[in-house]
Design a protein. Structure first.
Ligand code: NDP
Length: 412
C-alpha cells in the first residue's frame, strides 16, 4: 500500500499526477491538495477525460500555514507528501511532515519570499530531526535539480573513479509563439534568472554578473545555442557530495527576444519583489478606492501567459544533460549524458509543455522509488545520495530516455 498526498495543482503537478495514475500498481491511494480546490478538481477531470479511471481525492490547503497542513495530514494520513507547490512552502510542509510522521519529497529548494536567494542550508538544517523521527526527505527531485544529480551519481558509479569537471547544460529549443512567457512559475523563474551567476572552482565559489558569461554550445538534434552561466542549486550539493570536483558550472540557453524582454521588465521595475503602495478601486464597489500593497513581480505574473497554457502551440524540444570530465583507471575520459524531450509529445500525453513534463516525471519516479522502498533512509537527502540505477531504469520507461556519448568533445 502506498498513500501519496501531492501539494500543488500547477504545470509540474499536472504531469506528476498523470504519471502517478499511469503507475496505479504502485500508488494505491492518491490525494491532490492546493490553494484552490477547484484547480485540483479540474486536474482530476482532465485525467478522467483522458480515459484514466482512477479515484483521486482533492482538498483545499494553504501550504503557508503549518496548522492547516497538519490537519490535512492527520486526516488523510499520507505516507509521503510530494511538494509541487512553490519553494516558499518547503519549510512549512517539512515542519508539518515532522509533526505528523510523513515522509517528504520536493523539486526546488527553499526560498524566502522577501529575498531572491536560494540555498540548501535551511532544509539541510532539518536532517537530524528527520533522522530522529525515522522519516525520509528527498530534496530536488525534478530534472535540474533532480535528474542532473542522478546522472552525476550514475556517472560516478559506473564510468569514473574521480569526477573532476561537471557542466550541467540545459537547453530549451522550443517555441511557444508568445512574445514573452516563462516555462514554469513566472515569479520563481524571473527571480532565478535575474540573480548573479555563481560557479565552483578549486574549492571556492565565484560570482559573476547576471548572465554575463556565455558561450555557444551544441545540443543533440538541435545545434548551436547561446548558453548562459547561472547559479543553480544542485551545484551546492553535488560539489559537497563529490569532493573531487574541481569545477562545477550550470548553463542555460535563452533566446535574444527573451533576454530583451527580461531587460525591459527589469528596467521598468516589474521584477521588483518588495511591496509598493497602489491606490485602486474595490472590485465589487468601484466607487470606493483603497490603498493596497502590490509586489510588482507578483502582479506581472498575473498578466503573463500561464505556463500551463503554453503546451498547445509549443513546438521544438528541450535537451538537458551533464558534461563530465574525469579519471577512470588513471586515464582522462569525457562523458555526456542527456535527454531530449519534445514539447508536443509532452502536450499530447498530459496537456502540459516539455518543461513541466521533464520536472513532473522525475518527481513521480522519486515518489515511486520511495514507495517501492528503494529510496528510504531517515534524514534529509539530495537525490545523488541514493542509488541512481533503479531511477535511471524508470527514466527510460516513463518517457524521459537518456543517451550517452563517451570521449566526445564537451566544448567546455
Ligand atoms: P505553478 O505556479 O504552475 O504551480 C504551483 C502550484 O502550487 C499552483 O497550483 C498553486 O496554486 C499552488 N500553490 C502556490 N502557493 C500555495 C500555497 N500557499 N498553498 C497551497 N498551494 C499553493 O508552478 P510549476 O508547476 O511551474 O512549478 C512547481 C514547482 O516546481 C516550483 O517549486 C518550481 O520551482 C519547481 N520546478 C522545478 C524544476 C526542476 O527541474 N527541479 C523545473 C521547473 C519547476 P494556484 O494554482 O492557486 O496558484
Amino acid at each position: 500500500m502506498s498513500k501519496v498526498l501531492m501539494i500543488g495543482a500547477g504545470g509540474v503537478a499536472t504531469v506528476a499526477a498523470f504519471k502517478i495514475v499511469q503507475n496505479a500498481d504502485v500508488f494505491t491511494e492518491f490525494m491532490i491538495a492546493s490553494r484552490r480546490k477547484a484547480k485540483c478538481d479540474q486536474l482530476v477531470k482532465s485525467i478522467h477525460d483522458k480515459g484514466y479511471n482512477y479515484d483521486i481525492k482533492t482538498a483545499q490547503v494553504d501550504a503557508d500555514d503549518v496548522e492547516q497542513l497538519k490537519a490535512l495530514f492527520n486526516d488523510f494520513k499520507p505516507e509521503l507528501v510530494v511538494n509541487l507547490a512553490l519553494p516558499y512552502q518547503d519549510l512549512t510542509i517539512m515542519e508539518a511532515c515532522l509533526a505528523c510522521g510523513c515522509n517528504y519529497l520536493d523539486t526546488a529548494n527553499y526560498e524566502p519570499k522577501d529575498e531572491a536567494h536560494f540555498e540548501y542550508s535551511w532544509q539541510w538544517a532539518y536532517k537530524e530531526k528527520f533522522e530522529q523521527a525515522g522519516l525520509t526527505a528527498i530534496l530536488g527531485c525534478g530534472f535540474d535539480p533532480g535528474v542532473s544529480g542522478i546522472y552525476t551519481a550514475y556517472a560516478a558509479k559506473h564510468h569514473f573513479d574521480e569526477i573532476q569537471y561537471l557542466d550541467i547544460v540545459d537547453c530549451n529549443a522550443g517555441n511557444h509563439h508568445k512574445a514573452f512567457a516563462t516555462n514554469f512559475n513566472p515569479e520563481i523563474n524571473i527571480r532565478e534568472i535575474t540573480q548573479k551567476g555563481l560557479y565552483y572552482e578549486d574549492g571556492k565559489w565565484i560570482e559573476t554578473e547576471p548572465l554575463a558569461v556565455h558561450k555557444t554550445l551544441t545540443y543533440p538534434n538541435i545545434g548551436g545555442r547561446e548558453s548562459y552561466l547561472m547559479h543553480h542549486e544542485e551545484l551546492e550539493s553535488l560539489v559537497k557530495n563529490y569532493p573531487t570536483i574541481k569545477r562545477g558550472r550550470f548553463w542555460m540557453t535563452f533566446g535574444q527576444q527573451y533576454l530583451t524582454y527580461l531587460d525591459c521588465i527589469e528596467n521598468l521595475g516589474m521584477s521588483r519583489i518588495d511591496e509598493i503602495e497602489y491606490e485602486a478601486p474595490l472590485a465589487d464597489k468601484p466607487e470606493q478606492k483603497v490603498k493596497v500593497k502590490i509586489v510588482p513581480l507578483q502582479f506581472l505574473k498575473a498578466v503573463l501567459p500561464n505556463p500551463q497554457d503554453l503546451g498547445e502551440n509549443y513546438d521544438g524540444e528541450t535537451s538537458i544533460g551533464c558534461r563530465i570530465r574525469g579519471l577512470k583507471d588513471g586515464k582522462e575520459h569525457t562523458y555526456y549524458i542527456y535527454n531530449n524531450c519534445k514539447h508536443q509529445e509532452a502536450y499530447n500525453e498530459t496537456g502540459m509543455q516539455g518543461v513541466s513534463y521533464t520536472t513532473g516525471v522525475p518527481a513521480m519516479i522519486g515518489t515511486m522509488m520511495f514507495c517501492k522502498g528503494l529510496w528510504r533512509k531517515p534524514g534529509v537527502w539530495n537525490v545523488e545520495e541514493f542509488d541512481p540505477d533503479p531511477f535511471m531504469e524508470q527514466l527510460n520507461k516513463q518517457g524521459l530516455p537518456w543517451h550517452e556519448v563517451f570521449d566526445g568533445d564537451l566544448e567546455l
